[in-house]
Structure formats: structure tokens, C-alpha cells
Design a protein around this ligand. Structure first.
Ligand code: SF4
Length: 698
């Protein structure tokens, strides 16, 4: 933070936190980012939230990795916490040549024993190179990233029923809507700049229907607040659709022109009467009817959803319901109409588009399709690789326990904090023969590393990122990396050379040019255009077209151009409360912290605002426990136990505890359930049975 005139240089780039993708101007003095301002990007129009405005001094934190490190032969056991100020007990400094040789030697020739976790925090080019390295270098598809932990089930449902995994309309289209549903998301905390558009929409008369088991600040702006029982999304949404069918409120013309399987959906919905479903979801029948009439009566309506929808063993079914609701009312492909899963990390959309997924090559092209693989191996000038889907994030950890995977490359992810049942993941990391970690800090995952490669923060490198709106945007370097740290793409290229892959990229622009050869989504989007325009939305229909904010006006990328109704039935959560674990644990983010906290907890203002691990409980629950706000409680599930400061929060129902997941000292994922959705393979982070006690009581 500084005087507005007190800088040497201004560099335009993209906020590295959430998927909104706000454009920023970094004000640089003496090779330091002094402060940040919002600029006129398509997603933010100059606006920023507290993270985007005040969350950047982690870039210059003295914990930054500045040299490659190799684990000492006499180091204490893997997994012990490495003090960033005293890492010499665990690691020794190495030259880049030695560290890269060491990293490559532990992976070379090991085929399916190797797996890779790439990162949604890296650029599109870095994500593309990462998946290419695993596929070309080891001949298989065991490569994944944190999409598996956030919206994999949404993507599974969208691919199945709409034919595309991205949003059908930008969130800014809410300005053309008259009704919107926000379900399982908390935009004021998690997508704060998007939330400003939601608030404006309500101020000009738009009806906002908020659906969430937890109350939230957006409630103040809502026409309806449906605080339904956790895990009952399908019953509530099917009841709403039942009313639309029963009262003939659906759009017959649209259904006939653009969809398939309507009769099966209609038949399926017969049993989901609002009266019966009210007993399941806890929302009275008249409210369900009112919501159905309000949504179906809209001229233009949008549906937004977040991880409250996706992080369930029935996450794909939840999304199927939302897609069906939009299709039966014809609310896709027009201004102010559409489906929008709000993406979490800054580049989770782009990393997924770039093929950092075990079942898809770039642009969601199936690894099982021989023609698709050969199109890529032609460009890569390499041999064919496996046509089998690779292992997902949680399956990779299971495979380590089974002795099938022994060597892992982790770029910018932190599975020792982010995986469900995290002690299982930590145990897996400790069992590896060889772990390469590429990051900007010694993360909890780096505590298990054999070699650590010091990488670059976003403000130190070039590259494109893609936000929740399908907007491909240009990130630019403003300051040099500290010490000997390098840009991630450079590290990947050097590693690939040592794996014998013969890569010869001179810059991220070269990588982007290669990506375009097999990614039709990038047609008409060039590096030069992005340098000039900062952002282009895909699809872009011509070199002049800034891109299509709304897609699927004339049909869908599916057989016969038709979207599909896939009926969904009620499936109970996996780990339901009982007498030993009588309450419900749900996890999520707070406004000030982001993901595993490695960046925001090193940002002075953000950590100052939220310095201590905390959970939220209803006042009546605290009274029953005899715990005052600010005192500690013990949370115990079938996986483990943590002690944590309790906050009073009326937004949480009396049978529930909300637990943010950014705090290593009380890691939420010690408690979470690793059971996964069968389609998206996403864990059920949003629902575990939990016992809550006053700390000190046993
Ligand atoms: Fe950054 Fe998201 Fe905040 Fe925008 S809304 S400033 S992208 S964290």
C-alpha cells in the first residue's frame, strides 16, 4: 500500500486468487509490488475484493524459496514440519542442474509408477506442458489437479447433458436476467466481485433465489432464501421441477427443438411432490411451489452454483437437476439466461481446458478416442500413449498405498492439506520413493519432498489464465522471481529435456501456439491479440470478435444438437449422523483466505483480518456445549479429531458446524470423508458426521 504516485512501473495482469479473474494493475517500485488497483477487465470493470486489493505481499515474503533444495541423506523423517527459517536440517541447497537431474532420475523409466498433480494456480501453458509431460513421457494418463476437488461433478453433468464443461453464459449476464438462482455458493465470500453484480441485479428489481443449508450475507438481497437440509438438493430441485410439470409451466417449444429424454424426466418427477419432498429437504411445499412459479415465469433466468452442489457423492445428480431445470424452462442460450458453475481457483477452468484431467486431453477430447490421441502425438512427434482413463487425485493416493505408484511430481498443489481424509494422503506421500515438489513456499506437501524446485508467483511470469466466464486473459511479469527461482514453464521444459522428450520451447507464447493446433476453443485467439486486448472470451468467432458471452443459442455440441435430461434420484450422503457422531460437518472458504492458506496466510492484511483457525456454530449449540464464543471445541469424525476456536454464527443451523479449510494448525481435511461421487470422482467435503465437544472434555 503506498502513495498513488510512488511507483516506477505499472503492469497489467490478473488477480491470482479466485475464478472471477479480475484484471489488475500492479504498481511496482524497486522491484517490489507496492500496491494494486483494479482495471477495466470484462469480469470486474475496475472492481476488486479484499484479496485482490490487499493480498499480494506474500510475493515478497521471506519464506519464499530461492534455491533448489534436495533432501539430506541424514534428514529427519519425511512429513515432519519443516520450519521455513530452518530448513537446513532437512534439505541442502543444490544447483539447478543437480536438482533437475535428481528430479528426472527419480521418474525416468518408471512408466505407470509415476503420477502428476498439476495446478489450477499455474497458467494455461504450464498446465498444458504438465499433462503433456505425463502422457508423452510416461505413456499414461495419471495426471489430475484440484478440479477433482471442486467442480468435477459439475463438469461431468455438463459434459453428459450439454456437451461442454464450461459455463453457458458469463456471470455478468445477470444484468439481463429477471430471476436468478444461487445454490450451494456463497459469492459474497468466495466470488466477491461477481457478488457485486448479483447485488446490482437485485437493486434493479431482479429476483434472487438463494438456496443453501447455511445462511449467508446474500440472503439480505434475496427474494427467497431456502435454507434446506444439507445433502437434500435433489429432493428440493426435483420438487420444484415437479411443480413446473404439474402446472404446465415448462417451455414445450424449446424442449421439442433442443432436448432429448424429456418424457423420461417428466415420468421420473411424478413422485417428487412438494408435500413429500418438504419432509426431506425441510422447505415447505408452498415455498417450493412459489420458487417453481417464479423461476418458470421469468423472461430470462440464470442458475449459479458452487461447491455446495458439487462436493457430494451425489454432486453429479445435483448438477443434472440444475441442468434439467434450465432446459425445461428454455433458460439457456439467450441474454440473461444460462448455467454457470462458479469456478473456484483462478485458473481451474483453463487448467481443465488444457487437459490436466485423467480422462481428457485438451478441450475435453477423450483419451479413449484413437483419432484424438493420434492428433496429439502427431503434434508432439511422439509414440501413442494409453487409451485408458488415468487415476484421479484420490485414486492416485490409494494407488500409492497399494504400491502401484512410487514417484510423484506435484506442481503448485498441496495434497497434504487439500485431500479428504488427509492423514491417508500424508501417509501416501511419506511412502513414495521419490517426490518432486515445485512451489513458491515449503508447503505441507513439500515436507515430504525429495527435491523442491523453487517456482514463480503470478507476478513474476508470463502466461494466460481462463476465468469462470471462459475469458482467456493475459498475465504479465511485474517483478523478477526471488533468488534463483524460475518460471514454472521453464522448469517443466528443463525437466522434460532430462526425461528425453526433446522439448524446445523458447517462451510461453510458443506453448500457446502449440495448444492452438488441437484446441478449437482457442480459434481466433492469439498471443498477440491477448497482449493487445488483455482478454478474449472463447469461443471467438473471428479475429475481431471479443468472444461469445452466451453459447448454445442454436443447439448443443451433442448428438443431433440436443441437450439431454438425465433424471436424478435421491441418494443419501455417505457418512450420516448417528448417536456417536450426531452433527453435520461442512467445510468451505472464508473471504480472507484462499485454499490451503499458503499464500493468504502470508499476506499481512488478510492474515491480520483472520489470523486464527476457527469454526462456526449456532448460539444454541454453543450454549448446550457450555462453550463461549472464542473458546475451543473438539471436532471428531471417524477419520480424526482437531481442536479449534469456536465462533457464534446464526447462519449455521443448530445441528451443523462450518469449518474453513485454510488452517494447517487445525486442518479441516483431517476430518473429511474420502467417499466420492461415482461420475466426477469428487469427495464429499460438504457432509460428514461429526461429534462436537468442549475442548478439554473427553
Ligand atoms: Fe481476486 Fe476473486 Fe477478489 Fe476478483 S473477486 S479481486 S479475482 S479474489
Amino acid at each position: 500500500i503506498g502513495d498513488s504516485a510512488d511507483f516506477d512501473e505499472e503492469v497489467e495482469s490478473i488477480c491470482p486468487f479466485c475464478g472471477v479473474g479480475c484484471q489488475i494493475s500492479l504498481k511496482v517500485k524497486d522491484n517490489k509490488v507496492k500496491y494494486v488497483e483494479g482495471i477495466n477487465g470484462p469480469a470486474n470493470e475496475g472492481r476488486l475484493c479484499v484479496k485482490g486489493r490487499f493480498g499480494f505481499d506474500y510475493i515478497h515474503h521471506d519464506h519464499r524459496l530461492t534455491k533448489p533444495l534436495i533432501r539430506r541423506e541424514d534428514a529427519p523423517a519425511k512429513g515432519l514440519n519443516v520450519d521455513p527459517a530452518n530448513w537446513q536440517e532437512f534439505f541442502r541447497e543444490a544447483s539447478w542442474d543437480e536438482a533437475l537431474d535428481f528430479a528426472a532420475d527419480g521418474m525416468k523409466g518408471r512408466g505407470t509408477e509415476v503420477a502428476g498433480f498439476g495446478s489450477a494456480k499455474c497458467t494455461n501453458e504450464e498446465a498444458y506442458l504438465f499433462q503433456k509431460m505425463i502422457r508423452q513421457g510416461f505413456g499414461h494418463n495419471n495426471v489430475d489437479h484440484c478440479t477433482r476437488l471442486c467442480h468435477a461433478s459439475s463438469v461431468a453433468a455438463l459434459m453428459e447433458n450439454v456437451g461442454s464443461g464450461a459455463v453457458t453464459a458469463t456471470f455478468n449476464q445477470i444484468e439481463n436476467a429477471d430471476v436468478a438462482i444461487a445454490i450451494g455458493c456463497n459469492p459474497i465470500e468466495n466470488h466477491p466481485v461477481a457478488a457485486t453484480y448479483f447485488k446490482q441485479f437485485t437493486k434493479r428489481g431482479g429476483k434472487l433465489i438463494v438456496m443453501d443449508p447455511r445462511g449467508q450475507a446474500l440472503k439480505r438481497f434475496s427474494s427467497h432464501m431456502l435454507q434446506f437440509r444439507p445433502g437434500t438438493d435433489v429432493s428440493m430441485l426435483n420438487a420444484i421441477m415437479h411443480v413446473i410439470v404439474e402446472e404446465g409451466l415448462y417451455d414445450q417449444q424449446y424442449i421439442e427443438a433442443y432436448t432429448e429424454n424429456w418424457e423420461a424426466e417428466k415420468e421420473h418427477l411424478k413422485d417428487f411432490t412438494p408435500e413429500a419432498m418438504a419432509r426431506v429437504c425441510g422447505i415447505d411445499a408452498e415455498t417450493l411451489r412459489d420458487v417453481a412459479r417464479t423461476f418458470a415465469g421469468a423472461n430470462a433466468a440464470m442458475i449459479f452454483w458452487g461447491m455446495g452442489v458439487s462436493q457430494h457423492i451425489h454432486g453429479t445428480d445435483n448438477s443434472r437437476c440444475l441442468i434439467s431445470l434450465a432446459l425445461m424452462t428454455g433458460q439457456v442460450g439467450r441474454p440473461g439466461a444460462g448455467l454457470h458453475p462458479l469456478r473456484g481457483q483462478n485458473n481451474v477452468q483453463g487448467a481443465s481446458d488444457a487437459g490436466l484431467i485423467p480422462m481428457f486431453l485438451p478441450d475435453y477430447q477423450s483419451v479413449m478416442n484413437d483419432g484424438v490421441r493420434s492428433a496429439f502425438t502427431d503434434v508432439w512427434q511422439s509414440d501413442d500413449f494409453s487409451s485408458e482413463k488415468g487415476l484421479t487425485v484420490t485414486e492416485i493416493m490409494d494407488a500409492v498405498h497399494e504400491g502401484k505408484i512410487k514417484s510423484m511430481y506435484v506442481l503448485g498443489e498441496n495434497p497434504a492439506m487439500s485431500d479428504p481424509d488427509v492423514e491417508h494422503a500424508r501417509d501416501a506421500l511419506a511412502r513414495l520413493d521419490h517426490l518432486v515438489v515445485q512451489d513458491i513456499f515449503i508447503t505441507e506437501t513439500a515436507n515430504y519432498a525429495d527435491v523442491i524446485l523453487p517456482a514463480s508467483a503470478f507476478a513474476e511470469k508470463s502466461g494466460t489464465v481462463t476465468n469462470t466466464n471462459r475469458q482467456v486473459q493475459m498475465g504479465r511479469p511485474a517483478v523478477p522471481p526471488p533468488g534463483e527461482a524460475k518460471e514454472d514453464w521453464w522448469i517443466e521444459v528443463e525437466l522434460a529435456k532430462r526425461l528425453g522428450l526433446g522439448w524446445d520451447y523458447a517462451s510461453p507464447a510458443d506453448v500457446f501456439a502449440e495448444m492452438k493446433l488441437n484446441m478449437r476453443s482457442l480459434d481466433n485467439i492469439t498471443w498477440d491479440r491477448l497482449e493487445t486486448e488483455n482478454a478474449v472470451t472463447y469461443p471467438s468467432l473471428s479475429p475481431e470478435d471479443p468472444g461469445q458471452a452466451i453459447v448454445f443459442a442454436d443447439g448443443f455440441p451433442r448428438p443431433d444438437g440436443r441437450a439431454r435430461f438425465t433424471p436424478a434420484s435421491i441418494i443419501a450422503p455417505d457418512d450420516v449422523p448417528d448417536k456417536d457422531y450426531p452433527m453435520i460437518l461442512t467445510t468451505g472458504r472464508q473471504l480472507e483466505h484462499w485454499h490451503t492458506g499458503s499464500m493468504t496466510r502470508r499476506a499481512t492484511v488478510l492474515d491480520g483480518l483472520e489470523p486464527e483457525a476457527n469454526c462456526s456454530l449456532h448460539p444454541s449449540t454453543l450454549r448446550k456445549l457450555g462453550v463461549a464464543p472464542g473458546e475451543h471445541v473438539r471436532l471428531t469424525t471417524k477419520r480424526g479429531s482437531i481442536e479449534i476456536m469456536a465462533r457464534e454464527d446464526r447462519a449455521v443451523s443448530p445441528d451443523m458446524v462450518f469449518l474453513p479449510f485454510a488452517y494447517v494448525e487445525a486442518a479441516a481435511n483431517i476430518l473429511t470423508n474420502p467417499a466420492v461421487d461415482p461420475y466426477g470422482k469428487i469427495p464429499e467435503f460438504k457432509f460428514s458426521a461429526v461429534k462436537v465437544e468442549a475442548a478439554g472434555v473427553s
